[in-house]
Design a protein around this ligand. Structure first.
Ligand SMILES: NC(=O)c1ccc[n+]([C@@H]2O[C@H](COP(=O)([O-])OP(=O)(O)OC[C@H]3O[C@@H](n4cnc5c(N)ncnc54)[C@H](O)[C@@H]3O)[C@@H](O)[C@H]2O)c1
Ligand SMILES: CCCCC[C@H](O)CC\C=C/C=C/C=C/[C@@H](O)[C@@H](O)CCCC(=O)O
Length: 336
């Protein structure tokens, strides 16, 4: 499924850059934008060296500015004739600039999704994939950054609502969210001045741990999985409905909620079938690997096989715990 044309916003560095590289490795062409022109050009030069001049292009764009965003998107279409994958990734975290946080993290994601949808439904080949980058903060309250959290909840609500639209299905457009946990990028640097309660923020980050950047087997893996859903046969279940990929280090405390004690297999009831939090993050000894998740065929039951069961798994929220807690979510189950 390579050879697609992708757009990634806010990809001069961090997760956006990692997603861009994941796409380039697949053999896609990527046009990325960023408001940081200097960093964008530097990244473009580095990526061109590795992936070829014709395959990657940087264009300056502030996604907060409607006209600029529209022009950027149209320039990509002019150059490549099409956009198959749209990754709305650009984001900031600054509670002192809460309006800007909402503008970039939510309003621009809505704008980017609509630009992509309008194009994808009209193009002759039809179809496409929209990946909206939310956060774990999109599925739970985070007291030290309420505006950021609201923006990320909004991204999920917007994406899930569109994903249920028959029009999208008819046009073979998939929309999905990524919900990473803390990752070691610039967004979490110097947060003391940008959050309410820096001590708590530091404590929570310590508790959850930072996903190390770059993520050879972690974040980009999820991204690749999501992108691979362009191929309907890759996924374990048809993903015509809204689905949420919840990624990151979120698997701690599984032993506390495993009804079978230390038995690595447990059955979790979920009110709506198709739910998943997956985490194969295993770059530190404290991490747990959830190797396989299968659907047992019965409605509302998910069988979670933990083929690795490390003793030290105090690393955050457990998948199962969250599945139970957040059972109103509709997730997507797949094996990795
Ligand atoms: N790092 C984490 O812990 C984490 C966790 C969950 C979700 N996320 C989300 O991942 C996304 C990427 O964040 P990151 O961690 O790579 O942070 P980052 O700060 O390294 O990267 C964000 C990029 O977006 C760009 N950007 C900011 N405002 C922009 C604008 N108006 N127009 C265009 N580009 C703009 C920045 O210049 C930067 O290059 C964000 O949406 C963030 O909320 C990050
Ligand atoms: C300052 C960092 C800005 C970037 C934030 C990223 O988007 C990542 C956010 C990821 C996880 C946040 C988790 C926060 C959890 C706490 O609110 C925790 O106390 C919640 C506990 C909930 C519960 O026990 O039910």
């Amino acid at each position: 499924m390579s050879g697609k044309v992708a757009v990634v916003t806010g990809a001069a560095r961090g997760l956006g850059r990692a997603f861009t590289e994941a796409l380039l490795k697949r053999g896609d062409k990527v046009c990325f934008c960023d408001v940081d022109v200097q960093q964008g050009k530097q990244t473009e030069n580095e990526l061109k060296k590795n992936f070829g001049d014709d395959n990657v292009q940087f264009l300056p764009c502030d996604v907060q500015k409607d006209e600029e965003f529209k022009d950027f998107f149209n320039r990509v279409i002019q150059k490549y004739n099409t956009v198959d994958i749209m990754v709305n990734n650009a984001g900031i975290m600054n509670e002192n600039q809460w309006r800007t946080t909402i503008d970039i993290n939510l309003t621009a994601v809505i704008h980017g999704s609509l630009l992509a949808m309008n194009h994808m439904k009209n193009k002759s080949t039809g179809g496409g994939l929209i990946v909206n980058v939310s956060s774990l903060a999109g599925v739970m309250p985070v007291s030290f950054c309420p505006a950021y959290t609201a923006s990320k909840h909004g991204v999920i609500a917007f994406s899930r609502s569109w994903a249920l639209q028959p029009e999208l299905k008819r046009n073979r457009i998939r929309i999905t969210c990524l919900c990473p946990s803390f990752a070691d990028t610039d967004i979490i640097k110097g947060t003391d001045d940008r959050v309410h309660g820096p001590e708590l923020a530091r404590m929570v980050m310590k508790q959850y741990g930072l996903m190390v950047f770059p993520y050879p087997n972690d974040q980009t893996l999820y991204f690749e999985i999501v992108v691979s859903t362009l191929n309907p046969y890759y996924v374990a279940f048809d993903s015509e409905n809204s689905h949420l990929y919840w990624t990151g280090r979120t698997l701690g405390k599984i032993n506390r909620c495993n009804p079978n004690g230390s038995d690595p297999t447990t059955i979790v009831d979920v009110s709506i079938p198709v739910a998943l939090t997956l985490d194969t993050h295993n770059s530190t000894q404290n991490s747990i690997a959830l190797h396989k998740v299968t659907f047992d065929g019965k409605a509302n039951q998910v069988v979670v096989n933990l083929t690795a069961w490390p003793i030290d798994i105090e690393i955050g929220m457990s998948v199962i715990y969250m599945l139970i807690k957040l059972k109103y979510y509709r997730y997507h189950i797949m094996s990795v």
